[in-house]
Design a protein around this ligand. Sequence first.
Ligand code: CDP
Ligand code: MG
Length: 715
Amino acid sequence: ISRKGSSLVREIHEKQSMNKSRQRFWELAGSKLGDILGVEKTAEQIDADTAEVGEHGEIDFKEDAKFSQHLKKGEAVSEFAMSKSIAEQRQYLPIYSVRDELLQVIRENQVVVVVGETGSGKTTQLTQYLHEAGYTINGIVGCTQPRRVAAMSVAKRVGEEMETELGDKVGYAIRFEDVTGLNTVIKYMTDGVLLRETLKDADLDKYRVIVMDEAHERSLNTDVLFGILKKVAAQRRDFKLIVTSATLNAQKFSDFFGSAPVFHIPGRTFPVNILHSKTPCEDYVEAAVKQAMTIHITSPPGDILIFMTGQEEIEAACYALAERIDQLTSSTDKAVPKLLILPIYSQLPADLQAKIFQKAEDGARKCIVATNIAETSLTVDGIYHVIDTGYVKMKVYNPKMGMDALQVFPVSRAAADQRSGRAGRTGPGTCYRLYTESSYLREMLPAPVPEIQRANLGNVVLLLKSLKIENLLDFDFMDPPPQDNIVNSMYQLWVLGALNNVGALTDIGWKMVEFPLDPPLAKMLLMGEQLECLDEVLTIVSMLSVPSVFFRPKDRAEESDAAREKFIVPESDHLTLLNVYQQWKSNQYRGDWCNDHFLHVKGLRKAREVRSQLLDIVKTLKVPVTSCDYDWEVVRKAVCSAYFHNGARLKGVGEYVSCRKGMPCHLHPSSGLGYTPEYVVYHELILTTKEYMHCVSAVEPQWLAEFGPIFFSVK
Ligand code: CDP
Ligand code: MG
C-alpha cells in the first residue's frame, strides 16, 4: 500500500515512526503525564530506534516451541456455539453453570462484584437472570456500558434471546437516542446516560438493580458513577448494585464498596500461542495486512481479528486486504478462498457494525479489523488468530496546556493480554504481536491509566457542581484525578463564564448543565441566543455532534472532492457544515440528494435528530430561537465566543501558533479554508503526525479580545 502512495496510508505511515511533534507537545508542556503514558523517549532515541528497523520489511516472529502441539489440535475447528439454537447457546455460556449461586449472592448482598473472562456471559445474561428472578416486578434493571456500540449491539442480542422487539421489553439509550418504552424492563445504556439521569432523579428510583458493566475499563463516567451509586446504595435499602469486571483486579472495586463480595465465574478458555515480532515493525498497518494474508492462505479455517487504533487505519487496512485478495485471484488459476473483511469502530453505522456477528458463508473466513472496542466490549465467536499492532488511540488532557489531544499510545500489558485472549475463546489460537517481547516487558505500562486521571474534567465538574458537590476534592473518587486537572478544568469553566469567582455555577453554568454537550458547545448555543443566531448555531452544534457527513469512497475520491468543494465556505469549516445542512433542508431532506452530493444521509438524519432534541431543551429553558438570516459573520462571531480559548495566529507561510501558548498547529488537510486568515479558532486539536486543528473558522482579532478579555486585549 505504501508503494501505491495513498496519502492516507502515508500519513499513518509517518505516524508510526513515533513523531517528534508528539514529543514536543509533552516537552512544551513540561508534564509528567507524558511519562505516565509511556512517551518517555527523546526524539534522538526515537530516531535511533527507527534506524534500527532499517529497510527490514518482513515480519519475523519468535517461535514458542512449547506451543506447537496445541496449535495442531486447534485445527479441528469447533463450530459448537454457532450451530446451536439461541437457547442452547445461552446454556453453553460459563455463567449458566453458576446461575443459582450467583443469584443467591446477589439476594444476600446489596453490592456484588462479578468477575469473569470476556465472553462468559456477564453482559448478556446477568440482566436476564435478574429479570427471571423477579427483580423487574417493581422497578427495572439497568446496565451501563462505557461504549455506545456495545450498548446497542448487546441490547439487540438480548432482545433476540428474549424474543422481543428492541425498545419493548429490552431497550437501550445512548446520547441523543432513546430506544426504550413503557414495557422496558431491561435497559442498556451508556454510563454517560445514567450519569445524566442522576441529575433529574438523584435516587434513581425507577431502577431496582444497576449493573455497572465493564468497570475495568475505568471510563470517566463510570468512575464518577461509582461515587454517586455508592451513595444511592447507602440511601436505598431496596437498591442493588452489581459491578462487573473482565480482569482480576476486582479487589479494588470490592474495597471501594466496603468489602463487597467478589463472585468469580469459572473461565473456559483455550491456550493461546503468543508470538512476538523479532524486530520492531515500521509500518504496522502494512505488517498487519501481510500477516492476515499469510494466515488466510496458509492456515486452516478460523477467523482473524486485527486490532488497530482508529477509523483511518482500519479503512486503509480493509482496502489493502480487499485489493490483495483481488490481485491474488486474478494472478492465479487456483481458487482463492473467500475472505470476508469486516471493519468495526465506534463511528461505523450500526447496521454495518452488526455484520461482525454474522456467520461467514461456508468456506469463507472472517477478518475483523477493529479498534480496542473488540478488546472486551464485544465478543465475537470463532476467532482463532489475533493480530495485535500494540497501539491504541486515546484522548489525553494536558492541564498545563489546557487542551485535549487525541493521540496514539502503546497499549498496556493488561490490554495486550486481553487482546491475545480473544484468540482462545473457541479453541486454541494464536496471537501475532507486531512488537517485540522486550517492548512488551519494558516499555508497556502494566495497566492503562484510568480516564479520570488523563481526561478533561470540564463536563464532570459541571455535573458535580450541579449535584451540589461544593468541593470536588472531597468527592468519593476511587482514584482521584490529579488536582491540576480539576483546577484547570474549573479555570476553563470560569473562562467560559460557567463558574463565578467563588467556583459556584453561574446562570449560564446552570443552563449549560442542561445540554448533553461539552461545555464550549453548550456555551456556543447560549451565545447564539445573545447574538441572535441560535437557529444557525443549533445546526452547527448538531453537525459537530455526529460523524463527518462527507462521503469519500477511495475509488471515487476526485469526484467526491469536487462535490464537497461546492459546499465549502472559504472562511469557515463551521459555516461549511451549516451550508451543507441548509442545502439538504432546502432539498426536502432527501436521501437521493445526499447520494448525488457524496453526503452520508444517515449522518445528516442523525444531525437532524440531534438538532430537534437540542431544540427541545432550548424550548424548556424558554430561550427564544432567533435567526440572523444567515448573516455569516454573526455566526462566526458566535463560534468565536465559545472557542476563543482555541485561538491561533498565522505565523509564516501556512503555519499557525496557538495564541495562548505559542505552540505550533496546522490546518488539517480536511479543512476547506480557502486562504490562510490572520486569526482562526478551532474546534479541536488532534495530534497525529502534526498538531492538527480540526474544524477551523477565521475570526477577527478584536472578537478574541471582546469574548476572551481574560486572554486577549487589543494593543
Ligand atoms: O460480557 P461478557 O464478555 O462476559 O459476555 P457477553 O457479552 O454476555 O457474551 C456472551 C456471548 O454472547 C458471547 O459468546 C457472544 O458471542 C454472544 N453475543 C452475540 O452473539 N452477539 C452479541 N451482540 C453479543 C454477544
Ligand atoms: Mg461484557
